[in-house]
Design a protein around this ligand. Structure first.
Ligand code: DQA
Length: 143
């Protein structure tokens, strides 16, 4: 399976950013482990701090990947544009959040992405990305 992970703003600071909430590991370190765990699959990773770049990457991915795992970070709670893009493309998109946004500040409890995502995983730390891959494999969303 050919999977693209897209991480939104400030997720390049994992490891140093609010470690009580997001943990002590950088995404780059975690990504090495993730790739070796799912070594028969092709997994790419893209991080951006810009909303439009997420949309461009999702549109490009439509022709290039079997599925996307998306953590839109703070854009989760604001971006109708990203939600519209997910509706417009044919790819399965699994929404992942490291923290449990349903139990955090009120402004984080609304996700425009959950309504349009194929599946959502939250509150399980970085392991949520591994569970998202397992979910895609289990549900045969690999064509
Ligand atoms: C996050 C939760 C968002 O509310 C926050 O803005 C993030 C990360 C998470 O992975 O828990 O940047 O998406």
């Amino acid at each position: 399976m050919n999977i693209l992970i897209i991480n939104g703003p400030n997720l390049n600071l994992l490891g140093k950013r609010e470690p009580d909430i997001y943990g002590h590991q950088s995404f780059e370190d975690f990504f090495i482990e993730l790739r070796s765990k799912f070594s028969i699959h092709k997994i790419d990773y893209y991080q951006t701090n810009h909303e439009g770049n997420i949309i461009d990457k999702l549109q490009e991915a439509d022709n290039q990947y079997d599925a996307v795992i998306l953590n839109p970070a703070a854009y989760t709670h604001t971006s109708i544009a990203i939600a519209d893009c997910i509706k417009a493309i044919d790819l399965p998109v699994v929404e992942v959040h490291i923290s449990d946004i349903s139990k955090r500040e009120t402004y984080r409890q609304k996700s425009f992405i959950t309504e349009v995502a194929t599946h959502t995983i939250m509150g399980l730390g970085l392991n949520g990305y591994a569970l998202a891959i397992e979910w895609l494999l289990k549900n045969n969303l690999n064509q």
